[in-house]
Design a protein around this ligand. Structure first.
Ligand code: UDP
Ligand code: MG
Length: 322
């Protein structure tokens, strides 16, 4: 294989309750990456794990000089964990991947080849349905991508994964993004550059349980769509316009009926109208509310995550182990 030996790859791995996967993943990555000749560093982000993940990371960081970790002060969510890891990475390319071995390490070789051929971003998307997902996830996942593609200006393949290679020049730009509830899969599409998607078949989780619950997924889905588009606002304003036009057309009918003495006291029609417009107003307001919430959170300018500990400090763009 003709890999460029003097380049360095940073692999960023968000980890939440992955105690039994860490050592195995490191071993798999070593087997995959050593033959390429690339220097590489593994940056694990412990995203508020409640199990032994941090200890596992400390042990491995003692064993391997290219294993680094940051411990976040609590569970901030995967995208913030990714942000924390990317902030530290300073390789010629950064690869992000899950800690549970659902992202096959072997695919990294293909990513590196495409990168060497001039692509700035190599992202992956799931081939077909997720064979390891829960039943309802087949429907919700499809709905999410349909909704996102319909309502926003980015187009994403079904099952786009947080398993991707990003060239250093793109990483530099990503580090500048200071967005609340950052959604990397969308940001990557939005960023442009020369990018290519490759399909992958997810493996089974090595050990442990997936940590995203249904309410968390719904919040993520709404947040992501809102982050990428103001189109829901335009849609509700169109609905509002449609019904206010109808109402205006209705008024002459009401007036004429009144003056001709045809007006009857219609309880059912009044209640139905009040209920309908009451519901519609709440819907419109809630859509606006979601956007106001985004502005509110963004306007606080809080840090997106807090680091509790790490085995590394960065001095002059170099890692110093502590
Ligand atoms: N993860 C994280 N923070 C969280 C939830 C998950 O860092 O709050 C990590 C997790 O350790 C794994 C990756 O994100 O490396 C994907 O999570 P998971 O396997 O639970 O989700 P799924 O496979 O359903 O995408
Ligand atoms: Mg997983």
């Amino acid at each position: 294989m003709t890999y460029l030996a003097d380049k360095k790859i940073s692999i960023v791995i968000p980890s939440h309750n992955e105690e039994k996967n860490i050592s195995y993943l490191i071993e798999q990555l070593r087997e995959t990456l050593t033959p390429t000749g690339y220097a590489y560093e593994l940056i694990f982000v412990d995203d508020g794990s409640r199990d032994n993940t941090l200890n596992e990371l400390k042990i491995n960081a003692e064993l391997h000089t290219n294993v680094f970790y940051v411990e976040l002060s609590r569970n901030f969510g995967k995208d913030y964990a990714l942000k924390a890891g990317i902030a530290m990475a300073h390789g010629d390319a950064v690869i992000t991947m899950d800690a549970d071995l659902q992202h096959p390490p072997q695919l990294i070789l293909k990513m590196l080849k495409l990168w060497e051929n001039g692509y700035d971003i190599v992202y992956t998307y799931r081939e077909g349905e997720n064979p390891h997902g829960k039943g309802y996830q087949k429907v919700t996942s499809k709905l999410f991508y349909k909704g996102l593609n319909m309502l926003s200006d980015i187009k994403m393949e079904n099952g786009t994964a947080d398993f991707r290679l990003i060239d250093e020049k793109v990483v530099k730009q990503l580090k500048l993004i200071d967005e609340y509830e950052i959604f990397f899969r969308g940001i990557i599409k939005w960023a442009g550059y020369r990018q290519i998607g490759i399909p992958y078949v997810p493996s089974k989780r090595h050990t442990g349980e997936a940590s995203y619950s249904f309410p968390k997924l719904v919040k993520l889905a709404v947040g992501s769509i809102v982050a990428f588009s103001a189109r829901p606002l335009y849609i509700v304003s169109l609905i509002g316009l449609f019904f206010s036009t109808l109402a205006i057309l209705y008024i002459p009918y009401v007036l004429v009926s009144y003056f001709l003495g045809y007006a009857v006291s219609g309880w059912a029609s009044i209640i139905a109208t009040i209920a309908f417009f009451g519901g519609l107003q709440l819907l419109v307001m809630s859509v606006i509310g979601v956007y106001v919430g985004k502005i509110f959170m963004q306007s606080k300018h809080r840090p997106h995550y807090i680091i509790r500990s790490s085995n590394v400090v960065i001095v002059n763009n170099d890692f110093i182990r502590v």
